[in-house]
Design a protein around this ligand. Structure first.
Ligand code: PAF
Length: 175
């Protein structure tokens, strides 16, 4: 099943990172432990949050992150909160195997693929709202979209607490 597919295998995450292999982590507790271990070494951790379906833009962010930090964590989470009722959350592409290979070849050390149930334990009721900016422009035609983005990014940041964060500038309003 999906959970088995995400489960890390082989050596511990920090050993894998040291060898240049991607540590593939699904579980929140394991991710926390891996990040804590990396930070204990005193080196920088950079984060590239994504929704997967990685393309050259994402990989440029990963390479740039790697120039400025010893460890690069890529998260892949198709965030249900930022999809409207008429937007296709279920059909959003999830080519995990290819994403894993691309992330690794661009220099990522850790891949975190959180589960929706762990990010938003039911009943989920806490949100980050960006007043004014979250409602104008794209926010006007996609009500709740920026609330979903701001909420998930805040949650991802709270878990990882990276030294650096890399976001594409394609989504001007979001960045
Ligand atoms: O830009 C994206 O891919 C997403 O909005 C982000 C920042 C990963 C949050 O889900």
């Amino acid at each position: 099943g999906l959970a088995a597919d995400h489960r890390p295998c082989g050596p511990a995450p920090d050993d894998q990172a040291a060898e240049g292999h991607l540590a593939d982590i699904h579980d929140l507790g394991e991710l926390r432990a891996a990040v804590t271990a990396l930070k204990a070494g005193g080196e920088r951790v950079a984060m590239v949050p994504t929704m997967g379906a990685l393309h050259d833009g994402h990989l440029t962010l990963v390479r740039e992150a790697k120039r400025h930090a010893a460890h690069v964590l890529v998260s892949i989470f198709v965030n249900p909160l930022q999809f409207g009722p008429k937007e296709d959350f279920k059909r959003y592409p999830r080519p995990l195997r290819e994403d894993r290979e691309k992330a690794e070849s661009a220099g990522a050390d850790l891949l975190w693929t959180p589960a929706a149930e762990e990010m938003y334990s039911a009943p989920y009721r806490t949100f980050i709202e960006v007043e004014a900016l979250g409602r104008r422009w794209e926010g006007a035609s996609r009500p709740g979209h920026f609330r979903g983005v701001a909420t998930v990014v805040a949650k991802l940041l709270q878990v990882v607490r990276p030294d650096r964060l890399y976001l594409g500038q394609k989504d001007y309003q979001q960045s």
